[in-house]
Structure formats: structure tokens, C-alpha cells
Design a protein around this ligand. Structure first.
Ligand SMILES: [Cu+2]
Length: 748
């Protein structure tokens, strides 16, 4: 015991001397960041973006471990902003999440972040306000390791280095992208040539696949949701690296790339024409070098990789391709000439659809068929990759245990999380109590609601944890999309079979049907966000907040209740859509306003000829269940027609109502049936009962949609629409009341 004390005294004295000697070395590194609206032109059209210090991406901020960062933000926007330091260990009040760790930075004001740099590695920073990240607010954040650090790796940490931030650009306003996603528009699929319509299914011999898919109530899916106009590496589609540190690149040179995926929703395949890629770090944490042919970088992940230039005087292409393979960006390393990397071939969408059909149960839950998937080792998307399974149908039978294992099926080595091994022991304090938290990633494509355990942030409380305990999170992805889950303020160990050398990360990509286990020691008080880093998923409420028991109040949050309410309001926003058809026989349209659970929907019809008058219906409903296939509603129905006063309408139940004038309320329920048919049962205040079957947007061909409606009032309608562009189509329909019509359909 006494020995222990003496030892500790000795240690603290040494620590003091070390700290004093370090005081000189420690420096304050200051950056000024001026955030300004600016006009950019990536595609030939001038659009609004946000630039910082006049550039997109934001400038790379470089520090050395031991420095103190002082970053002064000058917000010259007409809106609020914030900056989050992604992957950094810092005091909670510097974490940059508006209404959680600080109040938003008001327009035309200045705000200072100041925190010590206590780690090293490749990280990045971005706006955590609204959708600002999509239009330019992302940049690299590099913390260098001291060369006296015992973990300094010769041949890796002393290589010439290039920071790279990957991103995407869309000419659409991000608010509009978000709205279109919630409205389940397939405009992005048309742009990507990925509609997977019936005509395409028949052409590829997959009619049964398509029918099964719709029977199971699935919309055509892609590996990503949003169509982008450009992919950017450091703000450019292509760039040439001919020199590094002023020396021309030559054969045998090695370059270290510090890559952050600053994209809002795109994963990227990274490939290199000059040979293997050596992965040396991820999310700012060193790993044992591992050689691969390619890797996928999830949204908001970082990887440090080493490329070798094979020969003099040839420029080798380093390629980042979106996961859906529709767009890419390149960087060429070398003096002249160009050695291209062959592009990633187009996805076999119907193979993916068939695979999803096999996994999907009728109740909307996924069945992993006993494969216990984790750590991206079993990649379900493999069935869509021609480079692995060939152009023909895959020969792997259903009982082949390797049928989704890319590395077993081909000579191409693809990185997965099981291959990552930390360079240092990462085990957690052994004596700490363990708290186990289980989450299921949930969501539904049709209404674009994303959640944990079918609850969005605004429907939950903060999750209480205790300082000192070890938190083990077991996360199962029960949704049909992959999600990059990010934890603020802490690194977690990814339990991947490497024991004490499990890698540390702050992002984990979880594929559908995967279960992954993460653990971290709760060691910094504060309110820390844990969320999906796909921007549009996060904004839909896919996250939770961790908070420490009995923690000191955050001086930046003077009114915690108000702030928490404001944070929760983010995922409760209403989105609207509208459609109107201007046809020869009349005009009909709809307006819908929706959020996570509620929907207010108005439909109207104005007849010119056969039906001279109007009809309007309104429904206010709440979606129930995980898949939101059921919606009870209250309604209001009004109609007026200039017809013979004695004209009586009779439904199939023999109930009669006057056709000319009606003003009634209603109570009903809507349910989505197999084949995506909507069934409505509605009883009106005049006791008239109505059942209705309806299907919209049947994807007949790439740009052709069909629809029908049939009800117990003996009314029916069939329609056909040709999509001209995002907001316009040509529509023809036959309506039992209004007759044949032909016209222009506008939608927003
Ligand atoms: Cu997500």
C-alpha cells in the first residue's frame, strides 16, 4: 500500500515535469471560418451553396496532438448554423449540436469553439444545422501524431499525405430532396435508370420477381435513395496530383490519403488503378495495415489508405464511385498519361429484388434465414455485383453458406470490419459495470420514416447512462437499407473477433439483417447524439440522445426544456405534396401534408361536361404500426352537381343518396394490401357506407405509370400517365362520372 502511494507520488511528479516541459510545445492553433452564401456552378447551372472562407469543401483544419484549437466562426448567413467536430473527444459544450450542446449560432454573429486536441487521426467537421451539410458545409479535420509518440509508425505516419473529402452535389435544393423522399417519388430512380418497372422486368425475364415484390408490398429499391449530379473529391470531379511536397511523383513513391466521406447520403467504392490499397486507419484510429482491392466508405466514415505509384510517368486513377454506380470522381496520381481504373459495372437490380423477396416476410419483417450476419462480411448486395457473380444469373444455390461472401466468391479482396485490427490493446476497464442496450434499426421506404425500435427522436426520452460504466450496444438492422450509425464524443470498440485488439471507430455501417456489437466506456459527461449519419435519415428522426446521470448543467443551454423541445421539433416537420390534372373533361387533384405519423389529405374533382359540379374529400389520419400499412382517419366529404333534382344514386348495398348536394363527415380506415393496393372503408354521418380499392403509380414502363380506383358507389376510374419531368406528365383517364379525359398533370 505505502509502496503504491510512493509510486503514485513519483508518477505525479514526473507527470508535472512532463506537463511543464510540454507547456512550451503546446500551442494555441487559431482558425477563422467565415460562412457565407455563395453561388456555384458544378453542372452548368448556377445554384446556391454555402462556402466557408470562399471554398467548398471547407478548409482542412490541421492540428497536432497536444495543441489547443481555437476556431472562430463568423456566420454571415441569413440563417442559423453550427459546426460539429466529427469523431473528436472534447467537452460536450464544444460538440456543436444545436439545441443539444449549444444554442444555434445566430445569423450575422460570431462564435468561438475552443478545446484541447487530445487525440490524433483523420476526422472531419460539418454543419449540424438542417440540411446545410448537403450544400458545402463539410471539411477535413486532421490531428497529427507527434513523432515522439510511442505509437508513431515509421513508413506510415511519416509519408507524404493528402487530405481528401468526398461529397456529392445535387442541383435540387436539399429541402426539396428531403420532401421528394418523403413523398416516395421515383424521379430519382428514373434519373438513375433504376425504376425496375414491369416492362423492364419482363424484358429481363423477371416478371415473377416483380410480382412477388409488389405482392410483398415493396417499392422498387436501390442501394441509395438520392440521384446526384456530381461526385466531388475535394470539390472537383477530377484532379491531377503530379507533385507531392513539390517533388514530382515517381515509381515506388507512397502516398497516404486521409479520406473522409462528407457526402450527405452516398457510400463510395474506392478503387485504384495502380494496384492494392493499404488500409492503415479508420475513423482516426490506427489499424494493422491490411491490403485490399477495394473498400466501401460509409457516409461520414474516414479511412487512411496508402497508395503506391507503380511506375514513373504514368498517372494512375484513384476512383470513388457511388454505391449505386451511377456517378464517380477521380484523382490521378503521377506525371503524365492516364492509367484508368475500369468503372464499377451497373447493378443487377432484379437480382437484388429477388434476394429481397426471399428475405421479406409478409408482415414486413426480414428473415436472415439463420445466417447471423455481421460486420459487412456477408454483403447481400453481392448478388447485384456483376464483377463478382458474373453477368449471368448467380450459380450459388440457396444453401451455399458463401453465397453472399464477396471474398469467397471472387479474387477481388473487399474490406470488411472483421479484417480491422487495432494496433494497441483497446479493452475496456475490466472492473466497470456493464450496461447492455439493444436497438433495432427500423423504417419504411414508402413513407421514408426511419427510426430506432420504431420510434423517432421526438417520441423518446434521453437514454440515461452512468459515468464509468461500460456500455455495450447490440444493434440489429431490421430495415431494408444500410445505416451508418455514429456516436458523438466517444470511440467504440467494434466487437469483431480480434479480442483485445478490436478496432476503435465512431461510425459503424450496419447492413440489412446484420447484428453488430459495439462497446465503449462512458467517460465524458454530456448529452451525446447517437444517430444515423445519412442526413435525410437523421432529419427523419433516426437517433437517440445519451445523457449522463447527475451531470453538471451545460452553460451553453440556459433553458434545457425549451432546447429539447426545439431538437425534437426537427423530426416532426410536415412535408407536403400536391398534384393537379388539367384535362379535357375536368380538373382533379390532391394536396397532402404529412409527418412521421400523421397525414392530412384533400382530393378534389371539378367536372366540365358529364359531371358538372365539384367533389371534395378530406381525410385526417394517423399511420399505425412499424410498416405504417394501416391508417384510421376522420373525413369530410362535400359535393355539388348541376343535375336533375330527382337523380338518385344507389350504391351496391342498396343505400341511396342524392347526387346533387351532399355535405357529410366520415370515419374510416385505410389499409395497404398486397400489390400496394389501398383499401378504404368509410362510414359517413348519413350512415352511407363506402368501400374503395385504389392503386396509384403502377410502374408499367420506365416513365409510364398506371392506376385504378373502384368503389361500392359503383364509381370507377382507370388512368395512364407518361412522366415528362420531375413536375409534369401527360395523363389520360376514364372516370365513371367524368368520362374520358386527356390532359396535363402537374405535381409538386
Ligand atoms: Cu439511416
Amino acid at each position: 500500500m505505502s509502496f503504491q502511494i510512493i509510486h503514485n507520488k513519483k508518477m505525479s511528479l514526473m507527470a508535472l515535469i512532463f506537463a511543464l516541459s510540454n507547456l512550451n510545445a503546446q500551442k494555441l492553433v487559431h482558425y477563422d471560418l467565415t460562412i457565407k452564401d455563395s453561388m456555384v456552378n458544378f453542372t452548368g447551372k448556377t445554384k446556391r451553396a454555402i462556402a466557408v472562407n470562399g471554398q467548398i469543401p471547407m478548409p482542412t483544419l490541421t492540428f497536432t496532438q497536444g495543441d489547443t484549437a481555437e476556431i472562430v466562426v463568423h456566420n454571415e448567413l441569413d440563417e442559423e448554423t453550427s459546426l460539429h467536430w466529427h469523431g473528436l473527444f472534447l467537452p460536450n459544450k464544444e460538440d456543436g449540436v444545436p439545441y443539444l450542446t449549444q444554442m444555434p449560432i445566430p445569423p450575422h454573429s460570431t462564435y468561438t469553439y475552443r478545446f484541447p486536441i487530445i487525440q490524433n487521426g483523420t476526422h472531419w467537421y460539418h454543419s449540424h444545422s438542417g440540411l446545410q451539410e448537403q450544400i458545402g458545409m463539410y471539411g477535413n479535420f486532421v490531428m497529427l501524431k507527434r513523432n515522439t509518440d510511442p505509437s508513431f509508425r515509421k513508413g506510415i505516419d511519416d509519408l507524404p499525405t493528402i487530405p481528401i473529402v468526398l461529397s456529392e452535389w445535387t442541383d435540387y435544393k436539399p429541402d426539396n430532396v428531403h420532401r421528394m423522399l418523403h413523398n416516395a417519388t421515383d424521379w430519382f430512380a428514373i434519373k438513375k435508370n433504376a425504376t425496375q418497372s414491369y416492362a423492364e422486368a419482363i424484358k429481363e425475364g423477371h416478371l415473377k420477381t416483380k410480382l412477388t415484390n409488389e405482392w410483398k408490398r415493396m417499392l422498387a429499391m436501390d442501394v441509395s435513395d438520392v440521384y446526384y449530379d456530381r461526385i466531388l473529391m475535394n470539390g472537383k470531379s477530377t484532379s491531377d496530383i503530379k507533385r507531392i511536397y513539390k517533388e514530382p511523383l515517381k515509381g515506388g513513391d507512397k502516398v497516404r490519403l486521409r479520406i473522409s466521406n462528407g457526402g450527405a447520403s452516398s457510400y463510395f467504392w474506392l478503387t485504384y488503378a495502380g494496384g492494392k490499397i493499404t488500409v492503415v486507419a479508420t475513423d482516426g484510429n490506427d489499424v494493422e495495415p491490411v491490403e485490399v482491392d477495394r473498400l466501401i466508405i460509409a457516409v461520414s466514415e474516414t479511412y487512411d489508405i496508402i497508395l503506391t505509384i507503380p511506375r514513373d510517368s504514368i498517372a494512375y486513377e484513384f476512383l470513388a464511385t457511388t454505391e449505386d454506380r451511377t456517378k464517380s470522381a477521380s484523382m490521378y496520381f503521377g506525371i503524365s498519361g492516364k492509367q484508368l481504373k475500369s468503372p464499377q459495372p451497373r447493378l443487377k437490380y432484379f437480382e437484388g429484388m429477388k434476394m429481397m423477396n426471399d428475405m421479406m416476410k409478409m408482415n414486413g419483417r426480414l428473415d436472415d434465414m439463420g445466417m447471423n450476419m455481421s460486420l459487412n462480411q456477408m454483403d447481400m448486395n453481392v448478388v447485384m455485383y456483376p464483377e463478382i457473380t458474373g453477368d449471368a444469373k448467380p450459380s450459388q444455390s440457396d444453401d451455399d453458406p458463401n453465397r453472399y461472401n464477396a471474398n469467397a466468391l471472387s479474387d477481388i479482396t473487399t474490406l470488411n470490419y472483421a479484417m480491422l485490427k487495432a494496433t494497441q490493446n483497446t479493452s475496456l476497464p475490466a472492473s466497470a459495470p456493464v450496461k447492455i442496450l439493444k436497438f433495432e434499426l427500423s423504417g419504411n421506404m414508402n413513407r421514408y420514416v426511419w427510426s430506432l425500435d420504431n420510434k423517432v427522436v421526438s417520441e423518446t426520452d434521453k437514454i440515461l447512462i452512468r459515468k464509468g460504466e461500460n456500455i455495450r450496444m447490440i444493434i440489429y438492422n431490421g430495415s431494408m437499407m444500410r445505416h451508418p450509425m455514429h456516436l458523438h464524443g466517444h470511440d467504440f470498440r467494434v466487437v469483431n473477433g480480434q479480442g483485445d485488439y478490436s478496432p476503435l471507430k465512431n461510425i459503424i455501417d450496419i447492413m440489412p439483417m446484420e447484428t453488430d456489437t459495439l462497446e465503449f466506456n462512458a467517460n465524458v459527461e454530456g448529452d451525446w447524439f447517437f444517430h444515423c449519419h445519412i442526413l435525410y435519415h437523421m432529419m427523419s428522426g433516426m437517433g437517440r440522445v445519451f445523457t449522463y446521470e447527475n451531470q453538471a448543467p451545460n452553460p451553453n443551454i440556459p433553458n434545457p426544456n425549451y432546447s429539447w423541445r426545439k431538437l425534437k421539433a426537427e423530426d416532426n416537420k410536415f412535408h407536403w405534396m400536391a398534384e393537379n390534372d388539367f384535362a379535357t373533361n375536368g380538373s382533379d387533384g390532391m394536396l397532402m401534408i404529412q409527418n412521421t405519423r400523421w397525414s392530412l389529405n384533400t382530393e378534389w374533382r371539378l367536372g366540365y361536361h358529364d359531371m358538372h359540379g365539384y367533389e371534395a374529400e378530406m381525410h385526417l389520419g394517423r399511420y399505425l404500426g412499424r410498416m405504417q400499412w394501416l391508417m384510421p382517419f376522420i373525413g369530410f366529404d362535400a359535393r355539388y352537381r348541376k343535375v336533375d333534382i330527382n337523380d338518385i344514386e344507389e350504391n351496391i348495398f342498396g343505400q341511396q343518396s342524392t347526387k346533387d348536394k351532399r355535405m357529410v363527415g366520415s370515419l374510416g380506415v385505410e389499409s395497404t394490401l398486397p400489390m400496394m393496393v389501398k383499401f378504404q372503408a368509410e362510414v359517413f354521418t348519413d350512415y352511407i357506407f363506402r368501400c374503395q380499392l385504389m392503386r396509384e403509380d403502377i410502374p408499367i414502363a420506365k416513365r409510364v405509370r398506371g392506376g385504378f380506383m373502384l368503389n361500392t358507389d359503383k364509381e370507377y376510374m382507370v388512368e395512364l400517365k407518361y412522366i415528362l419531368n420531375k413536375n409534369m406528365g401527360i395523363r389520360t383517364h376514364y372516370d365513371s362520372d367524368m368520362g374520358v379525359g386527356f390532359g396535363l398533370s402537374l405535381n409538386y
